[in-house]
Every structure is written in structure tokens, then in C-alpha cells.
Design a protein around this ligand. Structure first.
Ligand SMILES: Cc1ncc(COP(=O)(O)O)c(C=O)c1O
Length: 392
């Protein structure tokens, strides 16, 4: 009899990413010949702009195929530091930047070097589904701070502060947010900084990966720029995946106090080493090039988001908080609908509609739609959604 190797407790406790799982299930059904309409993807439907692929191709042709510095190419670290200084108003040096294998590894590395077992990480919900799992991998405990569609997913600062304990080490911020598309205003961030000033042990990680994807009239503010006096406990996570349509390149970065960046670089040197050397040249070209391509893609998400939101608003019983950025909508289902996982199973099996259940993001009454698909797919998805709702 064969016996299964025993897994570590860490591995047993880990939940695989539900968004990736649903996209994979939808693809498998499609391959089996089912007519599937997927609004579950969390990635741009554009190709990476040509000037970026060209820069990587040139780097590859010129033999940039060897190991590089674990923390990232000096030119790229410098370019990221300049971008953070000029565009985000956060004076940054190259030594305060770590180039990572996507924004995800930036978060993973940060949590690994900051958190001890039993530490608490405050995570406002709805949240991007990887935060609690990455916290758990560091032995820490994710403490959610719920918000609701009824209150526009606004964080209640009194509630937040009531959850701060002597074990609280880190607060996670994400604006524009996945899955809600919410953008934090300057006043909100200032008020949040006031709370944090009363709790000097609590650090902040601000995930700004959707910073360029803003609805008309919205402005992105980096937390580290809003609260200069808190900069020594502020970390910014960002990357190229969403803004430049570079999800497969695996390029992100972490910035913050140099001592922590050094520790995260040491962790990277003992785990994954440098991010693919020629891919880093693509990221460098992205930063050195014009943002016109990014703005054009953002404009396209804006019109498709409008189409999706107008459709959702016209459905009785749906509560929709208008997303202000990213490429998602996170409507709350009518009262008579089942919990989100059950709803999404029925939608996929009955109508071939792939959505992501809100439970994955910490809100079981909502489902996530992506608008990074064609207008025809959005219309088709809305029709299927209406039909699913009629079955309850
Ligand atoms: C809020 C948020 N942060 C970080 C990431 C990670 O992005 P990357 O592909 O750069 O690892 C994602 C990806 O979906 C995300 O939605």
C-alpha cells in the first residue's frame, strides 16, 4: 500500500486562490464544449504594449540571460525610486526598493520579514483574497474589519481602532481596491493617519497596484505621501501587471524603510533570487516610456465598467456601490439569493456564467464581476445573470 507524504501544517491550512480556481474551472468547461461566459478574470484583456515587449526582446538578444542582483537591477530600482518620488510624492532612494516576482511576492516577502507567529494583521473587508493567506503563511492572524455595501464599503475608523490590540503589527490598505473598486479619498487617508499616530507599533502596507486604473474624476493618493511622519512604518506595494497589462511577466515591487527592504532582499536571495533579468528590462521601458498606453487601457475599462454598472443597476434587488477604479464591480445580491458560493456554482452550472463568489473576499452577500472583457461578453454576462436571479 502506498502512503501519502504528510504535508506541513502550513500547507494543510493554505487555501488555494479561488479566483484562479474558478477561471480554471470555466476554461475546463469551455474545453469540454460548454458555452461559457466568464466575468471572473482578474487580469487585463490587452496585450502588453509593443515598446515593452521590444525592450525585453532586445535584452534577450543581447544576452541578458544570467543571474542579476537579488534585489533587482540597479537601473530598475532607480527608475522605480524616481517614479515614487515624482509621481507619488514619496521621496524614495533605490535602496528603499525591492523588485519582486509580482506584487504578490512583495506582500509575501514583507509579511515574512515583519511578522511573528501570533501577530495580528488588520485587513479591511472586502479584501483581496491573498492577504489573509499570506499573513497565515507568516504565522500571523488576519483580523478582518468588515465594511458593507450599505455604507459604501467605507472603513469605520472607530471599528478599526477597536480591533487594535498589543499584538497588532500591520494594517493593510488597498486603493483602488479589489474587489470593490473603491478609491480612498485624501480626507479618509488623513483621518486614518490620525488613528495610526495613536498606535506607534502598527505599520501600514499600502497596495497600490491599480493606481492607474481610475474612473473619470478620481485621484489616487499614496498613503506614504499623505502621512509623511509615518513614513518610517509605511510600505508601498505596486507592480506592472494591471496598469501595463503585464500579468505574466511577474514584475512588482516593494518600497519602504531600507532596513526592511534589506531583510526582504535577503529572503529573496535565499528563495527565488532575482526576477527574470530580461523581463526587468521590459519594466524599465514601461517606466521610461509614455503613460499614454496605460491611460488608453484605463479609458477602455472605464467605458466597459459603465456598461457593466448600468446593467447591474437596472436589475431589481441589486445593491451596487459604484466602483471608482480597477476593473471590477462587486454588487450585493438580492435578499432571496443564496450565499455567494452556492450562487456562483448555480450560475456556472446552470447558465455557464463564471463569477467569483464574494465569500472569497470576505463578503458572502456579494459576487465579483470583471469588466476586463469585451462589451459583448459583458452584455451576455448580464443576460445570464438576470436568468440566474430568476431561479430564486
Ligand atoms: C489587490 C491586488 N494586489 C496584488 C495583486 C498581485 O498582482 P501580481 O500579479 O503583480 O502579483 C493583485 C492581483 O490580482 C491584486 O488584485
Amino acid at each position: 500500500m502506498q502512503c501519502q507524504p504528510e504535508l506541513s501544517q502550513r500547507a494543510v491550512a493554505l487555501k488555494p486562490s479561488l479566483t484562479l480556481e474558478i477561471s480554471a474551472k470555466a476554461k475546463a468547461l469551455q474545453n469540454d464544449g460548454r458555452d461559457i461566459c466568464s466575468l471572473s478574470a482578474g487580469e487585463p484583456d490587452f496585450n502588453t504594449p509593443d515598446f515593452i515587449t521590444e525592450a525585453a526582446r532586445e535584452a534577450l538578444s543581447s544576452g541578458l540571460t544570467r543571474y542579476g542582483p537579488a534585489a533587482g537591477d540597479p537601473e530598475l530600482r532607480e527608475a522605480i525610486a524616481k517614479k515614487l518620488t515624482r509621481e507619488n510624492g514619496c521621496p524614495t532612494t533605490a535602496g528603499q526598493v525591492l523588485v519582486t516576482n509580482g506584487g504578490k511576492q512583495a506582500i509575501y516577502n514583507l509579511f515574512q520579514v515583519l511578522l511573528n507567529p501570533g501577530d495580528e494583521v488588520l485587513i479591511p473587508a472586502p479584501y483581496w483574497l491573498s492577504y489573509p493567506e499570506i499573513a497565515a503563511l507568516a504565522g500571523a492572524v488576519g483580523v478582518t474589519v468588515p465594511t458593507s455595501a450599505e455604507s459604501g464599503f467605507q472603513l469605520d475608523l472607530t471599528q478599526l481602532e477597536s480591533r487594535i490590540t498589543p499584538r497588532t503589527r500591520l494594517l493593510v490598505l488597498n486603493s483602488p481596491g479589489n474587489p470593490t473598486g473603491r478609491v480612498s479619498s485624501l480626507d479618509e487617508l488623513k483621518a486614518l493617519a490620525d488613528v495610526l499616530r495613536r498606535h506607534p507599533r502598527v505599520m501600514v502596507m499600502s497596495d497600490e497596484i491599480y493606481e492607474h486604473l481610475l474612473a473619470e474624476g478620481q485621484v489616487h493618493h499614496s498613503f506614504a505621501a499623505v502621512a509623511e511622519d509615518l513614513r518610517d512604518r509605511c510600505f508601498t506595494v505596486n507592480g506592472f501587471a494591471k496598469g501595463w497589462a503585464m500579468t505574466g511577466w511577474r514584475l512588482g515591487y516593494l518600497s519602504g524603510p531600507e532596513s526592511v527592504i534589506k531583510a526582504a532582499a535577503a529572503l529573496q536571495s535565499q528563495s527565488t533570487s532575482n526576477v527574470c533579468s530580461f523581463a526587468q528590462r521590459g519594466a524599465l521601458a514601461a517606466l521610461q516610456g509614455s503613460l499614454d498606453c496605460v491611460h488608453a487601457m484605463a479609458g477602455s475599462y472605464n467605458s466597459r465598467r459603465e456598461l457593466l454598472c448600468n446593467g447591474l443597476r437596472s436589475i431589481e434587488g441589486i445593491t451596487l456601490v459604484a466602483p471608482q477604479g480597477a476593473f471590477y464591480a462587486f454588487p450585493q445580491l438580492p435578499q432571496n439569493a443564496p450565499p455567494s458560493l452556492e450562487f456562483c456554482k448555480r450560475a456556472l452550472e446552470g447558465e455557464g456564467l463564471a463569477l467569483v463568489p464574494g465569500i472569497a473576499f470576505g463578503d458572502d452577500r456579494c459576487v465579483r464581476f470583471s469588466c476586463a472583457v469585451s462589451s459583448e461578453i459583458i452584455d451576455d454576462g448580464l443576460n445570464r445573470f438576470r436568468r440566474v436571479l430568476k431561479t430564486f
